[in-house]
Ligand binder design. Sequence first.
Ligand code: SF4
Length: 236
Amino acid sequence: MFCNLVKITWYHKAIPSIFISQIICPSMQICEIFHSIQGEGKDIGLPTIFVRTVGCNLRCEWCDTKYAWKGGEEIEIEIEKIKEKLDEIECYRVCITGGEPLLQKGTLELVDILLPTYEVSIETNGSLDISKIVEKDLRVSMDYKTPSSKMDQEMREDNLDLLREKDQLKFVISSREDYEFSVDVLKSFDLRCDIIFQPEESFDIKELAESVLDDGLEVRVLPQLHKVIWGHKERV
Ligand code: SF4
């Protein structure tokens, strides 16, 4: 039970109401909630509800969700209300994305409240500790930032050992340098999860596919399907 009004009643007059509402019902900063097709990774093509959190600790050069860094349409929502919003949509698959979802304390609580009803995945940028989230029965979709992002120095290598078979690791490849960097990471770590090589728009997917075949890599080469379908439209 998330709302515990009884316990705080005796001292509530001393606490500003904005803090009372957070004690009573934990909330999260949410940028947007929308129903679309999963455009990336192993669940590509499947109908999915996206919960996009506000805020990111990185500033990737080619970020396509800059609008999530600071705000969005929804902002502060109680976690139980997020679940209520999702329950209105006919879909049992939820992807928590960002921004960077692991920046918010409420994310683990949101996962716990969703798991009995939904198939949950979470997208994270690879710079924050994932040890708590891999204890949950969900799919972790982690990025490993390549040099073109200018965020490759922020990656936590210790996360790579934590990824399980059902998880996935995604490299966004924008140049030959990114490709070589990604192959080096694959050779340096004994990874159990699926690997996704996703070309950034400036990189030819055919060239990427042919390099993967030439080098005998066991990785999935995937475009961003939502951009194939809807172009650069937001909320898809
Ligand atoms: S981690 Fe994701 S949301 Fe954050 S800057 Fe990079 S691409 Fe954008």
